[in-house]
Ligand binder design. Structure first.
Ligand SMILES: Cc1ncc(COP(=O)(O)O)c(C=O)c1O
Length: 364
């Protein structure tokens, strides 16, 4: 089966990890500092603060903003649960705004009407590797004096009108989970130009300590290890190459499947660099299960990103969430993600196309 995701770890990553293991510095140390410096340079921000995961990067960003119980955070319902869970961690309320059905990203036209006196931040997600509509979101944020936290977990290296994702909002949170465009095993990163935010994030990341054993605020242990950072430093060097391969794979797939009956390939907005964390097609919702069964039968792995709008999850239902985001709910019923990762060979791409052709011929 061609897997839907496959991390690409080579000898260099292994050697760098071995060096760290032998160095004695196996928790947060010099490799994390070096990784932060290189990542900030890559994204084009003043600061980068490494964390233990993308989830802790999001959580830490909200802690930096001093989000309190009852505060509202505007975000998308069509994402991985960690985005809105970050608000729940602090007793804040994620306010779900519907998506643009073409890009699956927050529909900026609907944000203003969701803003109340309790709104404390806007948290767009750059879903599947494509930037959200940041100019409009920034304008709304400015008009309402709200900070933006970008959830950039799926968009390392993506650009919006020439600017790197992660350099657009007040803070951005990246994930280095193994399925992502680059990995550190588990790991995350906040990027920001704001020195006060960076300083506060570093204190909150490590037990609220200003210096060792001087605890000034309630902090956490959200640190990255040097073992993870050593992997990240090598992966960062490879990131543009990985992304280029993802883009080429996506172009191949779109070129070869666009005529196949029953399939809608992903939409790419002009002037954006989409880095294809996921290659997600749409099919008839009534036939999706059959599509997946037939594609899998041909040896091609699939994913559903995402099967529900977040507020339809049991957790959110039990908490009393009753948002109605029609486009997100519709998308959740018709999406299928196909393998697009950099390890795919020409034979794999041909096989993916053949599997879709086979399924289409069977169903239509
Ligand atoms: C959009 C989004 N936000 C947040 C996260 C959380 O990242 P992590 O798994 O590193 O905690 C992920 C990935 O898992 C994600 O896809």
């Amino acid at each position: 089966m061609i897997p839907i995701a496959q991390p690409l770890i080579k000898e260099e990553e292994i050697q760098e990890v071995v060096k760290v293991l032998k160095s004695g510095f196996i928790a947060q140390g010099p490799k994390v500092a070096e990784f932060e410096e290189k990542f900030a340079e890559y994204i084009g921000t003043e600061h980068a603060i490494a964390t233990s995961s993308g989830t802790t990067a999001l959580h830490l960003s909200l802690l930096v903003l001093d989000i309190q119980p009852g505060d509202e955070i505007i975000t998308t319902p069509f994402t991985f649960a960690a985005t809105s869970n970050a608000a729940l961690f602090e007793g804040a309320k994620p306010v779900f705004v519907d998506i643009d059905p073409k890009t699956y990203n927050l529909d900026p036209e609907r944000i203003q009407e969701a803003i109340t006196s309790k709104t404390k931040a806007i948290m767009p997600v750059h879903l599947f590797g494509q930037s959200a509509e940041m100019d409009t979101i920034q304008e709304i944020a400015d008009n309402n004096h709200l900070p933006i936290i970008e959830d950039a977990a799926q968009a390392h290296g993506a650009t919006y009108h020439g600017k790197k994702i992660g350099s657009l909002g007040d803070m951005a949170a990246f994930s280095f989970y193994p399925t992502k465009n680059m990995t550190t095993s588990e790991g995350g990163m906040i990027t920001t130009d704001n020195s006060e935010f960076a300083e506060k994030a570093k204190i909150l990341r490590a037990h609220g300590e200003k210096e060792r054993y001087n605890h000034v605020i309630l902090g956490y242990n959200f640190r990255m290890t040097d073992i993870a950072a050593a992997i990240g430093l090598v992966q960062l060097k490879r990131l543009d190459g990985f992304n280029q391969k993802r883009i080429e794979n996506a172009e191949y797939l779109t070129e070869h499947i666009k005529e196949i009956e029953g399939i809608k390939p992903p939409y790419i907005k002009p002037e954006l660099v989409h880095v294809f964390h996921q290659y997600t097609i749409q099919v008839d919702p009534n036939l999706r299960d059959e599509w997946i069964k037939l594609i899998n039968e041909q040896g091609v792995g699939t994913g559903i990103h995402y099967p529900k709008a977040i507020y339809q999850q049991e957790l959110y239902r039990n908490l009393g969430f009753d948002a109605k985001c029609i486009e997100a709910e519709k998308a959740a019923k018709k999406v299928i993600s196909l393998p697009v990762h950099p390890q795919l060979k020409v034979e794999d791409l041909e096989k993916i196309v053949q599997s879709l052709d086979y399924a289409s011929n069977y169903l239509y």
